[in-house]
Structure formats: C-alpha cells, structure tokens
Ligand binder design. Structure first.
Ligand SMILES: [Zn+2]
Length: 399
C-alpha cells in the first residue's frame, strides 16, 4: 500500500499554532524548499499565502484550500502538515511529485483564524468577522463565490482571479462541521436516531459529466482511504481500537449536481442547493471538486482525517494520469540462446540509430524482470526488451 503522507499528528505540535502568525511562520519556513507566495491580503492586512510544490510545468495540478471559514482550525493545520511533507517527501511522494503539482492555500481567511469567527459578507461586499454564520442580509463568505466581482470583498476577488489562472485538474476545499450538540443523536432524522455508528466526516462531491471517471474514482478513494487510515488510528489502545471497530464511524457522502444524493444525516443545508467555493470552481472551470468536512472528533483525529482524505484523492488522481511516456513496438529480433542480450541489442541499436548513439543498460532488481537497454540519438529513443522465447523486442519511446 502506497503511503504518501504521515497521518497521525501529535496534539502537542498542533497546539503550537494558536495564532495566524504561528501558521504563517510555519509556511514561510518552507520557502527554501517550496515556492511560497502571497496571493491576496485580508481586510485586517494579513497576507494570504499559496504554497506550490511538485512539477512546476505539470498539466496535472491539484488545488487544496482550507480555512475558507477561518475558525475551523483542523483544515489549515492539515494543509501545513501536507506542505511540510511535500518539502521533505518520502520516496513514493517524491516520485509522484515529478509529474503532479500541488497548490495549497492553507488559510483563505486569516482574520477569521485569529478572531475565531466566520467572515460574513453583506450584499455589496462589505465584510465582518462574526461568531455565527449568516444573519439577515449578511452571508457566510463561502456562499458568495458565485457572485459577480463588484459585489465581492477585494480579497475574494483577488483569490478568484488567482484560482482561475491556475488551471487545476482537481480541487478539494477542507472544512469542519463545528457545532457541538451533546444531544445531536436526538436531533437526527428518525431513521438515523438509533444507528450505532457516528458520522465523523462528510465528503461533498460535485462532478461534471465530462469528468465522471476521474471524479467518481477520486470520491471513492477518499472514502476508502479514510476507512483504511483514519478510522482505526495506530495510537489508540487496544480497547479503543476494538470499540472503534464496532462503532465504525461512517463517512457521509453528498453528491451534488444531477442525481443529487445524501448518504447520511448531517449538513442538511446542502439539500437547499447552496453554492460554495467548490461549486464555483466546477461551474467555472469544469473540474471535479470536493468539499470535505470533519466533525466532532479531537483535533488530532480531525487533522488526520483531512490528511487521509487528501491522500485518497491524490492516489486516485495519480492512478488515472496518462503515462508520461508512450511506446510503439518497432520490431522483434530473434536471437539464439547462447548470445548475450546486451551485445545483440547494442549492435541492433547502432544499425537503427547510427554508430554515434548513446546507450544505458537498465536491469531492475526484482526476480523475473526482463533485461533492458535504452539507446538514443538526438531524434529517436529506443528501448530493447528481452522477451521470453529467445527474442528481443524493440520499442520506440515518445514523451
Ligand atoms: Zn466551513
């Protein structure tokens, strides 16, 4: 199983990011390894950063955004943790970063992060950080992305412009469902009330018809990776592990667009068709987008859930990418058993590419892998593969 990210943060590390300046210092510390830039400024003059990692020119870009609602603290901490791991990737992640690029905006609302509130917007784009979501004519900032620019606060306008110019292929916006009601179980619709499992994560997907394969496999992979990585964390006691296996928390999924579907009881406001950042991205750029909500657990679990969800999305996305190199078989050379593969291949390479061509020999470690020789000149690149049944096949490689 490929593990791209470490998903078990320590609570004592997470607790060091009390203020936005702590988060900012964490992002700026990555500047010597990753590209960190200021892309907008908040009303109270706090910078909003984007962190870029991976193949800069790649056409395969993943956008990760968090703290659209500033008071939701697990998502920015999860993105900071991911950014740090992108700066010091493990071997699998490093390989993946050669073809995929990541754009992370760990905190879209730094003012709300510091004031522990939600940015609300009036009909002409004035903003205030408030304790609660929309009252009267003030709307929650995540509900205004589809508005015309002249009715938006300046930082949202700047962010929209920046996000549109990125041309990403996939987007995840990370959130939390923070209200805590001890009696929640008894406020659930009747069919869920006596269900033993709890819903700790909601995945809201919006998949345009043209991207159905990508969108559906990313959605399924997010849920799979959550079940695999997050729901039975390593660090709990055996009893805790056992209890969590019995009362398996279920990821709730909400599918937007046509065929709208909700698999659980939370976030019923989505039944009303509220349009948020992810919806705006799908509607304006045609990519599949996901909103991810964690719910009720302790902070380290929630941060871990976000990292696991992102990892699931990245794994599915990378698995569906077209191969960087395609190949066409040129010819097949039979050769007698006693002759050496490399000598025969080299002779043939010089015939096909000229005597000046360059060659390298690739032999992989695992048993039963076939021998390889790659030869190239300025115009063509050929790969010689040893076949069973005493023959060599010659492939032309295109990148
Ligand atoms: Zn939120």
């Amino acid at each position: 199983m490929i593990e791209l990210f470490e998903k078990y943060p320590l609570i004592k590390d997470l607790n060091t990011f009390k203020r936005y300046s702590d988060l900012e210092a964490g992002m700026l510390a990555l500047r010597d390894r990753l590209h960190v830039e200021e892309v907008a400024r908040s009303k109270m003059n706090r910078p909003i950063y984007a962190v870029n990692a991976g193949a800069a020119e790649s056409a395969h870009k993943i956008l990760l955004t968090a703290a659209n609602h500033g008071r939701e603290d697990a998502p920015p901490l999860a993105l900071l943790s991911i950014a740090r791991q992108l700066a010091q990737p493990n071997r699998d992640l490093e390989r993946l970063m050669k073809s995929v690029s990541f754009i992370l905006l760990p905190c879209l609302d730094p003012d709300g992060y510091d004031l522990r509130g939600v940015k609300c917007v009036d009909p002409i784009g004035n903003t205030e950080i408030r304790e609660e979501y929309s009252e009267s004519s003030w709307e929650d900032v995540n509900a205004v992305w589809c508005r015309a620019d002249e009715f938006l606060p300046p930082e949202t306008r700047a962010l929209k412009k920046y996000l549109l110019e990125l041309h990403v292929s996939l987007a995840l916006d990370l959130h939390e469902t923070l209200f805590y009601r001890p009696s929640l179980r008894f406020q659930l619709p009747p069919q869920w009330r006596f269900y033993p499992n709890s819903f700790e994560v909601t995945v809201i997907e919006f998949i345009p018809e043209s991207q159905r394969d990508l969108g559906e496999s990313v959605g399924a992979s997010i849920v799979e990776n959550l079940k695999r990585s997050y729901y039975v964390p390593r660090k709990v006691s055996n009893l805790g592990r056992f209890l969590r296996k019995i009362f398996v928390p279920l990821p709730q999924t909400i599918t937007k667009g046509e065929g709208r579907e909700i698999s659980g009881p939370l976030l019923t406001e989505f039944r009303k068709g509220r349009m948020v950042l992810s919806d705006w991205l799908t509607l304006s750029t045609g990519i599949p987008s996901f909103t991810f909500e964690s719910f009720l657990s302790p902070l380290d679990y929630r941060v871990g859930a976000h990292i696991a969800g992102v990892e699931g999305a990245v794994l599915a996305f990378a698995g569906l990418m077209p191969q960087a190199v395609s190949a066409r078989q040129v010819k097949r050379i039979p050769f007698p058993k006693k002759k050496k593969f490399h000598i025969e291949s080299a002779k043939e390479a010089m015939q096909l590419l000229g005597e000046e061509c360059r060659m390298v020999v690739h032999r992989k470690d695992g048993r039963l892998t076939r021998e390889r020789l790659i030869a190239w000149n300025s115009a063509r690149r050929l790969e010689f593969r040893k076949r069973w049944l005493r023959s060599i096949s010659v492939w032309e490689l295109y990148s």
